[in-house]
Design a protein around this ligand. Structure first.
Ligand code: 5GP
Ligand code: MN
Length: 340
């Protein structure tokens, strides 16, 4: 049973095989993920970095935003994070591998440098296709619960061994992208791979404690503020939360501490779409979209230049908090009303 579940789907296997010729010992490889890296981005990067090192390549992490402190436990002396050098760290590499991104713009300040890069660019991702991927060579599979599942498959297909550190990284990606193995992407295969990772030595309680029970007090205080902004339109099943530009500083917390806040809006009975508006303070608002039913928030977010998955998407929208919220809430009401 579990052997069947672990079989790598044929298309995925073929895509992974096409990466292999690029993974030549001695090559210097930059690994990059989206701005404000999450557990899947950080987990996929650190797992792949250690795998590539074990295969004789020289990987470095080059991200558009600093490594989130809450995922420091995934780093170590054997992982080289050159994010602080910015796009200079992309100049002297032989290969770029972009993880957990379908749209090159999610590389933030690195976007232009990546567009201009002439070395081969590989993408490993589980989002819905965008108009401009970060590179032409893509292992893209939306049926994977997390990019970490695809990195697990890279190792499986190429016959690379997994050690406990790699397994912890992959488990982090799968645990966080499935909301603690609760969302609809918690497939039988996801759990079968997670079982393999436990068998490699991952301690699930230790992972839970590090990821979900090591928050600074400010995170809970910030949450209290944000939850106080809750608005609910029961007539269409829409719930939304908002946050001003100074809230993070006021509570001395970081963007990574916002992960999961939108789930509180989604948890309300009757809610079909939940939104979280975060004023970035420079004329842009980050919007998180979540769906509980058949509403496709990827398609909805695309109307605003964003994207993601059918049930979880995001967009960066220009305008004041009030303007963006009015526009998006109006459009969401119209969409939900039409679906009734
Ligand atoms: P979150 O709301 O947690 O930031 O993101 C939810 C999902 O939407 C994630 O899979 C994320 O990669 C994607 N996403 C978030 N922000 C953006 C964005 O600005 N553009 C696109 N294309 N996807 C996004
Ligand atoms: Mn992901």
């Amino acid at each position: 049973m579990s052997a069947d579940l672990l079989a790598v789907p044929a298309a995925r296997r073929a895509a992974i095989a096409s990466l292999a010729p690029h993974l030549v010992p001695g090559r210097r490889v930059a690994l990059s993920t989206h701005l404000n890296a999450d557990g899947d981005g950080c987990g996929s990067e650190t797992a792949l970095a250690r795998m590539l090192t074990a295969q004789g390549l020289t990987p470095r992490i080059v991200n558009p935003t600093p490594w989130p402190e809450m995922f420091d436990f995934l780093l170590g002396d054997d992982v080289d994070d050159q994010t602080a050098r910015g796009s200079k760290a992309l100049r002297d590499v032989d290969l770029l591998i972009v993880l957990d991104i379908s749209d090159v713009k999610r590389l933030g300040v690195l976007t232009e440098a990546v567009r201009a890069l002439t070395v081969p660019k590989l993408v490993i991702d589980h989002h819905i296709d965008s108009d401009e991927p970060a590179g032409p060579i893509v292992v893209a599979d939306t049926s994977a619960c997390a990019t970490a599942e695809l990195v697990y498959d890279v190792a499986a297909v190429l016959g690379w061994p997994l050690n406990a550190a790699m397994a912890r990284s992959l488990y982090t990606g799968m645990l966080t992208d499935t909301g603690g193995f609760r969302f609809s992407n918690t497939t039988p295969r996801c759990l079968a791979v997670a079982a393999q990772l436990l068998a490699c030595g991952v301690d699930p309680e230790d992972m839970y404690t590090r990821i979900y029970a090591s928050a600074p007090a400010g995170r809970v205080r910030l949450m209290a503020d944000v939850l106080g902004t809750l608005q609910v339109d029961e007539s269409v099943g829409l719930s939304w939360l908002s946050m001003g530009p100074d809230a993070l500083d006021r509570h001395n917390v970081r963007a990574e501490d916002l992960d999961g806040i939108v789930e509180h809006a989604r948890s309300i009975a009757g809610t079909r779409m939940a939104l979280f508006f975060r004023d970035l303070g420079h004329g842009k608002v980050k919007v998180s979209f979540r769906s509980t039913g058949r509403t496709d928030v990827n398609a909805f977010a695309r109307q605003f230049g964003g994207g993601g998955h059918a049930k979880a998407a995001g967009a960066l929208i220009t305008g004041s908090l009030g303007e963006v919220r009015d526009r998006v809430v109006d459009a969401a009401r119209t969409l939900l009303a039409a679906q009734e």
